[in-house]
Structures are given as C-alpha cells and as structure tokens.
Design a protein around this ligand. Sequence first.
Ligand SMILES: NC(=O)c1ccc[n+]([C@@H]2O[C@H](COP(=O)([O-])OP(=O)(O)OC[C@H]3O[C@@H](n4cnc5c(N)ncnc54)[C@H](OP(=O)(O)O)[C@@H]3O)[C@@H](O)[C@H]2O)c1
Length: 232
Amino acid sequence: MRVAVVTGASSGIGAELARALRGRGWHVVALSRRPAPDADEHEECDVADRASVDAAAARVLSRHPAIELLVNNAGRAARAGYLDGDPESIEDVVRTNYLGSVWVVRAFLPGLGRGSHVVNVVSVAGTVADGPYSASKHAQLAFSRSVSTELARRGVSVLTVNPGYVETPGFPQRDRLPRPVRSLVVDPPFVVTRILDGLDHGRREIFVPRWYRPAAWLQALLPATLTRLRSR
Ligand SMILES: NC(=O)c1ccc[n+]([C@@H]2O[C@H](COP(=O)([O-])OP(=O)(O)OC[C@H]3O[C@@H](n4cnc5c(N)ncnc54)[C@H](OP(=O)(O)O)[C@@H]3O)[C@@H](O)[C@H]2O)c1
C-alpha cells in the first residue's frame, strides 16, 4: 500500500487531490482542522501549531512508518495589505502558509525514505510581491527550493507547485475579480492534473497554468518598473 499524506485535504485543491490519489490506488491520510471525507484517514491537525503537527505526525507514523508522498497544501488567504490588515491575520498567514510546511516536513522526515516525494503547493503570489499573503508564499517558495537540495541528499524529490487563480471555498476568485481577469481562473481538477503530471515526469517546479511563469521573470528582472506600474 502506497501512503500519501495530504495537508489541507478537507477543502479545495487538497480534497480534489485526495480523490485523485485514491483513484490511482494511493492510501490517503489527511491532516486538517475539519474532517476530510475524501481521504481514507483523517488526523485533526493545525499546521500553524508545531506541537499539533508533531503529535499528528507521530500518530500517523505509528500506523504508517513509510510515507511515499507528502503534500504540503494547507494554506489560508489574507486579503488585506500591511497597513489595513489586522496584525493577527498577518502573523497567522506566516505561521500557516510558511512555517506549517516547515513543521510538517520536519515531523514526517522519519517516514520519508529514498524514492519518496514531497509536493509543496505554493503560489504565483510567491513570485510577485503583493501583501502579507504573498510574503508568506515567498517564504514558502524559498523553503521549498531550499529544502529540495537538503532532501535530495536523502533521495527524496521535491515538486514545487505555483498555481495562479483557482476557484476554491477558501479562495473564491470569480465573484471577486474584475470581469476580464475572471477568465484566468481555473478549477481544482486542472491543478491536480498538473500536480500528478509533474510527479509522473519528475518535475521540480511548475506554474499552473504555465503562462504565469513570465510574471515571475518580470518581478525578478524589473522590480522597480513593476513597483512603479503597480503604484499608479
Ligand atoms: N485557490 C487559489 O487561488 C490558490 C492559488 C495559489 C495557491 N493556492 C494555495 O493552494 C493551497 C490550497 O488552497 P485552496 O485554494 O484549496 O483553499 P481552501 O479550499 O481554503 O483549502 C485550504 C485547506 O487548507 C487547510 N488549512 C488552512 N489552515 C490550516 C491550518 N492552520 N491547519 C491545517 N490545515 C489548514 C484547510 O483545512 P481546515 O480549514 O479544515 O483546517 C483546507 O483544507 C493553499 O496553500 C493556497 O495558498 C491557492
């Protein structure tokens, strides 16, 4: 039995991934605060709380000592800026989106043997600076790229996934975005197909859809121009 651990499988992309993995014969263990009916097993866990992650991982590893796939997907939105957002939300988005991934990888490390895979669901927002959510995703992206070199020495591969706008319960996009941008929004099955394809082909980092990649180049190559344009 191949065991996959998916954080945030109670909703959106994680729930869709749990269904797809089960369809491929994986045994899926979900970690989230709410129940995850699309998984085979559920452990209640708050990824923003290191003690909660350590306890959940210990319970899972006692039942399943070998984890072939670990997906860091749990995340939350923070739809406000640095000046108008509430401080608790700014702190919690970092604890959840960035530190949550760090604590989960560390806690499950004993179960990650040679040949196993880690998937980090980051965001295009991790490549273009835009508020506290984006900063948490920049940190998660740096973690994902960095830990992939540390894990490679153990024979564990890392796939970094940067989705753009995806319509999910936690990130309702279509009603919020201006009409011309709405056509850019994709649905969770599209993201999950690309994640599975990335795993099948041994990819290291993907953008979903692919055409978001130039946004990352623009931010890296012309940061001052981008700031000027976005300040107008
Ligand atoms: N939708 C988008 O446009 C988009 C774009 C780029 C990247 N992403 C990323 O994709 C990932 C999945 O998001 P989604 O769009 O599928 O949103 P979603 O429908 O809100 O699902 C988020 C999942 O994360 C879990 N979660 C949140 N905080 C948690 C915590 N403290 N501890 C444990 N689990 C927690 C939630 O479970 P519980 O509430 O049950 O704990 C839920 O299962 C996130 O990392 C998000 O940043 C989304």
